[in-house]
Design a protein around this ligand. Structure first.
Ligand SMILES: *[C@@H]1O[C@H](CO)[C@@H](O)[C@H](O)[C@H]1NC(C)=O
Ligand SMILES: [Zn+2]
Length: 1000
């Protein structure tokens, strides 16, 4: 207790110092190095865009692609591509090329000498080589969370800035391969100050409609909350996605005939080639509102011998020199956009998104929303750890003046997570050996980051030598009931760090083998339960570990914002059980008056749920789709594609039930069979921040012995519910988008061809249905991306696991059939169900929707839990630790504002982002604007200078008076800094980015 007071004194001490801060205003940065060839207003202008699409892992691993290894799969190496392009541009100032993936650029840059680096930079400076997109990768748009998208762009821009400077800052989005496009992604691009966005893949019906109406260029209103969020969008006209028109793919990987323009040769073909090209162009130009057409001259891993591509383009351009109708030019997406902008055509505006992507009648790219569930979850957990690592590194570096931190671990993890956002990584559409490599890269980076935590947390708690007593690690296998430390040691300490800007209540679940265990500090109400873990893990064969017998639940109450709490778990002699386990013999109610659920006696399934003042009849069951093997072997269900043979078939076995009634948690385990178990769980008592019913599902190994793939779903059905065929899904964890069954807002399509898959949408955090008559809404939140829908009134379904036996012909050339320990992989995860009135606020003062927003943040950025063997820690030190808590914030932020980013940025600066987590009209109080004083955020250090930047942290907003030079397109965002002194105003869904200096 005494020591706690002295820490408080220390905090007040630094607050007193804080009064002396000053604000530096730094100059705005503007830049345009883009140099465009002239166009001809009286001709059709063909903008030839030379590019290479370099997947950051897919058929080969990232490194195999870069270095050119594992060549039998495909004989390509990105290092050769970039070098070859630089050489092909060097003596030819007219030629242009765009460089897209920064992860590869960075590998290349690091491996080159100064001569080559200078050449590259010179080409960028003179506009021949334009950096486009510039994120670490070309990220997926369905399964990613907005925070990861922002992170991966930010780090890409940072590397580009450090290496290439001003001219290396991109202004164009280039999403040519992702399998559908989200509104939130476009919104992020608008907020990082991009002018426009180019892509290739959209639903075939949408495409045909747009071609007919000349709407392949359009404006996208990317936010329902922010009126300034319009961005220019453009889709490619040719049918070959992002490849050149047929006959014009000259790359070594392609093999179309080169152009021969020597009339004395027998093979002289330039006239035929030019005619064919002109014919194509005349049809493409009709798809657009101007006389400009963009033609992609490139493809996957092209330009290893760049001279082949460029010489043929030189000849093709020359062939049109005297053409009266068509002009060909070396161009870039920025030059195309500028040309269109100069014409000022009237463009249609889009307000929804481009999901799902149907490329043929039976080919809906909705399987990848769910493919590789465990990897999708691991990515999310790693993101969580990265944010904790960034915060801890920042806080510790400023904890006192002698603190030294090593920023390499966060750099590694940042880059690893950047890779995971790639459109063949988190999507699950890579080859199996590549998936293993991704997992390895991520696991290694996570371990390195966590290695620093013992030291950091020790320092924050006033115990800088903590790591000489113990080493903290997270029980990353706890979802398999495995954790070395908690199972093997006599006693252990548990550290909880909360990365959110408000206090949270959190249930820590740890596998233990000994029932006679207790937790300190002892308090009232009792804060822990010991429960039987689920029994399905007996198949696990790992060295020296076995699934634990019990699960210890510790209720961590009020873990402070950006702060920690500590518990001590040790054995006791008395074998008094703390919780009772019993088999439910009759329809039972679990929970308390405030929140709970009932199980149906006959079916063993959920019967009703009580929460937020309502009791609603709702059932939940598991079903499976049988994967289609394809008609004549074409169009099967696979890694990308979801194609069920028929409607889902329910799993009818009555589950064996066993219930546990603990002090703060009640749960029932439903064991359906050998491969399907679920725990339904409720947190009781007044700890209302865990205001949901939790569905902890465990699915697998899936049996595919009948030669068909199998795709498991869970379906929640609300009785007598009328949502009128309407449901809502989140866009990358941010704004909700309205979905209507069998309907698309801007084009018509035949929903009877694939009635299920064509109604599937990505759900990265939440899916909701509303019954306005009953004033009732029901939402499911998830812990990683899944495909979902509402196919009948009152239903919500989400896909949990899939195992397919066919390759779906989208290039990966493998079925998605994950195995471990000689059988199909087992997937585990959680859903959180929330229901209540649509209108009005609840007893906690929030609307149900606001409750959901809070839960979503708490699930995305969960407390980091580190356990360490306590046997070497002196008991006095343990006593000290469990009586100490820490928070980096002076006070909690309002519950609608979160600290999205807090990370070391340069030697002297830090990156800080604040976000408003609600949309307009979601809550009468919490949807309002909030003013935050930046000078009053932190407890033991202070912000001494602040510069507001665009979302990607690469362009300063300070002193921008009007639309900056680098925004010459349609994008009006951002206008200027919103800072008034140190005060920042956040409206619903705002994210504000600052580069700050901190001092203690
Ligand atoms: C190369 O690719 C094959 C085919 O997918 C894979 O089985 C193999 O493990 C890869 N080799 C290496 C060294 O990664
Ligand atoms: Zn790709």
């Amino acid at each position: 207790m005494k020591i706690r007071i002295s820490i408080l004194c220390l905090l007040f001490g630094s607050i007193a110092l804080a009064a002396a801060y000053r604000i530096n205003v730094k100059p705005a940065v503007t830049n345009s190095c883009v140099k465009c060839h002239e166009t001809d207003p009286d001709k059709i202008n063909v903008h030839l865009v030379h590019h290479s699409h370099d997947d950051v892992g897919w058929l080969k691993t990232v490194d195999q692609y870069f270095w050119g290894l594992n060549y039998t799969i495909v004989n390509v190496g990105v290092q050769y591509i970039i070098t070859s392009v630089v050489n092909a541009l060097w003596e030819h100032p007219d030629r242009r090329f765009i460089q897209v993936e920064t992860a590869f650029f960075w590998k290349w840059w690091k491996s080159q000498d100064d001569v080559m680096r200078n050449k590259f930079k010179t080409l960028v400076d003179n506009g021949q080589l334009e950096i486009i997109n510039g994120g670490w990768v070309m990220n997926d748009e369905a399964c990613v969370n907005y925070q990861s998208t922002i992170d991966q762009f930010t780090w890409g821009f940072r590397i580009l800035n450090d290496t290439l400077g001003q001219c290396g800052q991109p202004t164009i989005g280039w999403q040519i391969d992702p399998f559908g496009h989200s509104r939130e992604h476009a919104s992020i691009l608008s907020k990082i100050g991009f002018d426009g966005l180019f892509f290739a893949r959209l639903d075939m019906n949408d495409r045909e409609q747009r071609k007919k109406d000349s709407n392949m260029d359009f404006l996208w209103k990317t936010s329902a909350n922010n009126d300034d969020s319009v961005i220019f969008g453009s889709m490619f006209g040719p049918e070959n996605i992002y490849y050149p028109p047929t006959g014009f793919c000259f790359d070594v990987l392609c093999g179309d005939d080169s152009i021969d323009d020597d009339p004395e040769n027998d093979a002289y073909n330039v006239i035929d080639k030019a005619n064919l090209f002109a014919e194509n162009i005349k049809s493409y130009v009709k798809y657009y509102k101007t006389n400009h057409v963009l033609i992609t001259m490139g493809g996957d891993f092209q330009y290893q011998a760049a001279e082949i591509n460029f010489q043929n383009s030189d000849r093709l351009i020359k062939a049109f020199e005297n053409n009266t109708e068509i002009k060909l030019l070396y161009s870039t997406p920025s030059c195309y956009l500028k040309a269109v902008y100069d014409v000022q055509p009237a463009l249609v505006t889009k307000t929804d998104d481009f999901f799902p992507y149907g490329s043929a009648d039976h080919t809906y790219w909705a399987g990848y929303f769910t493919s590789r569930q465990n990897f999708k979850r691991f990515e999310r957990q790693s993101h969580n750890i990265l944010q904790v690592a960034k915060q801890l590194t920042t806080i510790v570096s400023k904890y006192n003046s002698s603190s030294k931190v090593d920023v390499r671990p966060i750099k590694e993890l940042r880059e690893a997570l950047g890779v995971m956002q790639h459109h063949d990584a988190i999507t699950g559409t890579e080859k199996q050996h590549v998936a293993r490599d991704y997992t390895k890269i991520l696991a290694r980076a996570v371990a390195q980051a966590e290695d620093t935590f013992t030291d950091y947390i020790g320092k924050l708690l006033g115990l800088p030598n903590l790591s000489s007593f113990t080493k903290l690690s997270s029980c990353i296998l706890a979802n398999m009931s495995i954790c070395n430390t908690t199972q093997s040691s006599d006693g252990f300490i548990v550290f909880v760090y909360n990365p959110l800007a408000w206090p949270v209540n959190y249930t820590i679940r740890l596998p233990i083998d000994d029932y006679s265990t207790t937790v300190r500090p002892a308090s009232f109400p009792i804060i822990f339960d010991i429960l039987n873990p689920i029994s399905n893990f007996s198949y696990v064969q790992l060295d020296n570990v076995h699934p634990a017998k019990y699960e210890l639940n510790i209720m961590a109450l009020e873990v402070p914002p950006l702060g920690t709490k500590v518990y001590h778990v040790h054995k006791v002699t008395a074998k008094k059980p703390y919780s009772s386990n019993e088999v439910v013999k009759q329809a039972a109610y679990l929970g308390d008056d405030r929140i709970g659920f009932k199980i149906d006696n006959d079916s063993g399934l959920l019967k009703s749920i009580t929460m937020n003042g309502r009791t609603v009849e709702i059932t939940q069951q598991f079903l499976y789709y049988t994967s289609h093997n394809g008609t004549n072997d074409t169009d099967p269900s696979g890694a990308y594609i979801f194609r069920p043979v028929a409607e889902a078939i329910p799993i009818v076995e009555r589950p064996y039930l066993s219930s546990t009634f603990g002090f703060f948690v009640d749960e029932v385990e439903q064991k359906f069979n050998d491969w399907l178990t679920q725990i339904i769980r409720v947190h009781k008592g007044s700890n209302g921040t865990q205001n949901y019913i939790e569905f902890d599902w465990l699915v697998g190994p899936l049996n595919v012995s009948d030669g068909h793939g199998i795709e498991i779903i869970t379906r929640y059905t609300v009785k007598d519910f009328k949502n009128e065929g309407t449901f809502y899904t989140d866009s990358n964890g941010r704004e909700m988008i309205k979905r209507i069954l069998n309907y698309r807002p801007t084009y018509s399509y035949n929903s009877s061809i694939e009635p299920i898959a064509s109604n599937y949408y990505p759900v990265t955090s939440k899916i909701s249905i509303l019954d306005k008559q009953q004033d009732l809404q029901v939402s499911i939140l998830n812990d990683r991306a899944q495909g979902g829908s509402s196919l009948n009134e009152g239903e919500i379904e989400l896909m949990l696991h899939r195992r397919t036996l066919r390759d779906d012909s989208k290039g990966v050339e493998e079925p998605m059939n994950e195995t471990e320990f000689g059988q199909g992989i087992v997937a585990r995860g959680q859903h959180y169900l929330v229901l209540g009135p649509i209108s009005g606020t609840q007893s906690d003062g929030k609307t149900v929707t606001a409750q959901e927003r809070t839960i979503a943040q708490q699930k995305l950025l969960q407390p980091w839990v580190g356990v360490g063997d306590a046997s070497k820690i002196p008991i006095g030190t343990i006593d000290y630790l469990i009586s100490t808590s820490y928070s980096a914030l002076k006070k909690s932020l309002p519950e609608n504002i979160n600290i999205l980013t807090l990370e070391p940025w340069t030697e002297t600066t830090y990156l800080l982002r604040l976000e408003h987590i609600l949309e307009k009209n979601e809550d009468p109080n919490l949807s309002s604007e909030v003013t935050i004083d930046l000078s009053d955020l932190f407890a033991h250090f202070t912000i001494t200078s602040v510069v507001e930047t665009t979302l990607g942290a690469n362009k300063n907003l300070e002193s921008i008076e009007s639309k900056p030079e680098w925004i010459y397109g349609y994008n009006e965002v951002p206008k200027k800094s919103s800072l008034a002194g140190t005060e920042v105003v956040l409206a619903p869904m705002d994210i504000k980015t600052f580069i700050v200096e901190l001092a203690n």
